[in-house]
Structure formats: structure tokens, C-alpha cells
Design a protein around this ligand. Structure first.
Ligand SMILES: Cc1cc2nc3c(=O)[nH]c(=O)nc-3n(C[C@H](O)[C@H](O)[C@H](O)COP(=O)(O)O)c2cc1C
Length: 195
């Protein structure tokens, strides 16, 4: 999969549409090559039910996905690059993104899906907007994504960070706008959080 033609999945986690995180993610995505497919999913609008932990119920396997779960599972496995575009909520990812990530735990236990092996080598990226003017507040979000990527042997590519509270504020964050231009470039060594 790492050598497959690139395709990007953007998972939008804000509890509002058109917010700062989405604007920043779209600004970065504009610099992808035009032939690279992009799929955008508002995770909160998918109707994904709260994740159920079945690890120690019955035989411990997870039933095959259907409905919203199937849509997001298929999209995840079809992408070489997964971009978690979540606003900073309580220093971490939003609830809808956390619920999506919790599903990964279930997908590890779907017979025949081979989720862990198939995720290895895919790239994981983060984009976030925060309302506090101290950028270190995003460290827990970056840590969540970095460690989750490491668990699945994914290639962790770092977090693009923007500052803003009201929708549109991030347009005035010149550092974030400049960083967005090169964020998805290959070979750029990204720290956990791109300040
Ligand atoms: C539920 C909630 C929790 C938030 N928690 C934080 C936080 O922990 N740190 C912070 O800097 N901003 C926090 N904010 C502010 C948002 O990160 C900020 O408004 C951001 O621009 C929202 O992104 P969006 O426009 O993409 O929705 C929070 C906002 C909400 C609604």
C-alpha cells in the first residue's frame, strides 16, 4: 500500500461546518497534485453510532461493518493518506473523531479484514485549529495521533496547527497559511506539531 498511487482521505471532526480546521485542511489540500484523489467526510454527519467494545463478549470478534461504519471503513482502507482534521476540543481530538478512532480497535478484530497489516505504512496526518494562543495546548492531540499511528505501524507525518476561535479566524494566521502550502509535500521532515 505505501507504494500505491496516493489517495487522500480527509476526516473532518468539527461539530460545525466551515470552521477553521476545515478551512486550514482545504488550504493545505489545494497544494496536492491535481491527479491525487481526495475524499472528504464530515464524520459527525455520517450517523456513526457510538463504538461498542466487544473484545470480551462472545468470541471477541467484531461483526462485519454495515451502514455508516462500512462507509468510513471502506474509505479508510482505500486511502494511502489519512488526514485527521479535528479542532482542538479539550486539548485533544473532537468526540466524533475519537469515536472514529475507537472503531479502529474493533476493526482489528474483524475476521479476515487484516486491518492492522493493511494500515501499516499508510501515512497519518493531523490538522487542527485551537482557540488558545499558546500552541503547546495541541500537544495531547498530536500525541494521540502519533501514538495511534505507531501502534498500527503507520507513517506519522505530524500536525498542521492553526490559531482561531470564530470561523474565518484562521485566515488571519499567516504562519499557518504559509505552513499549509508545503504541509503535504513529501520529504518534509515534520515535527509532531508544525508551529
Ligand atoms: C467543545 C470545545 C472544546 C474546546 N476546547 C479547546 C481547548 O481545549 N483548547 C483550545 O485552545 N481551544 C478549544 N476550543 C476552541 C476551538 O478549538 C476553536 O474555536 C477552533 O477554532 C474550533 O475549530 P473549528 O472552527 O474547526 O470548529 C474548544 C471549542 C469547543 C467547542
Amino acid at each position: 500500500m505505501p507504494d500505491a498511487p496516493r489517495s487522500f482521505l480527509f476526516l473532518l471532526g468539527s461539530a460545525r461546518t466551515g470552521g477553521n480546521t476545515e478551512v486550514l485542511a482545504r488550504a493545505a489540500a489545494e497544494h496536492l497534485e491535481p491527479e491525487v484523489p481526495q475524499r472528504w467526510i464530515h464524520v459527525g454527519e455520517l450517523g456513526l453510532p457510538p463504538f461498542t467494545d466487544r473484545r470480551h463478549t462472545g468470541d471477541g470478534t467484531t461483526p462485519f461493518a454495515e451502514g455508516a461504519e462500512q462507509i468510513v471503513q471502506d474509505a479508510t482502507l482505500a486511502a494511502t493518506d489519512i488526514v485527521i482534521a479535528s479542532p482542538l476540543y479539550w486539548y485533544s481530538v473532537s468526540g466524533s473523531i475519537k469515536n472514529y478512532l475507537d472503531y479502529w480497535s474493533g476493526w482489528l478484530r474483524v475476521p479476515g479484514l487484516d486491518f492492522k497489516a493493511r494500515m501499516a505504512g499508510r501515512r497519518l496526518w493531523g490538522v487542527t485549529a485551537h482557540g488558545d494562543d499558546e500552541p503547546g495546548v495541541a500537544d495531547p492531540l498530536a500525541g494521540t495521533l502519533r501514538l495511534s499511528a505507531a501502534y498500527l505501524k503507520m507513517d506519522w507525518r505530524g500536525v498542521l496547527l492553526g490559531y482561531g476561535s470564530r470561523p474565518g479566524d484562521v485566515d488571519r494566521d499567516e504562519r499557518a497559511r504559509a505552513a499549509a502550502k508545503t504541509f503535504f509535500e513529501d520529504g518534509v521532515e515534520t515535527p509532531d506539531v508544525l508551529y
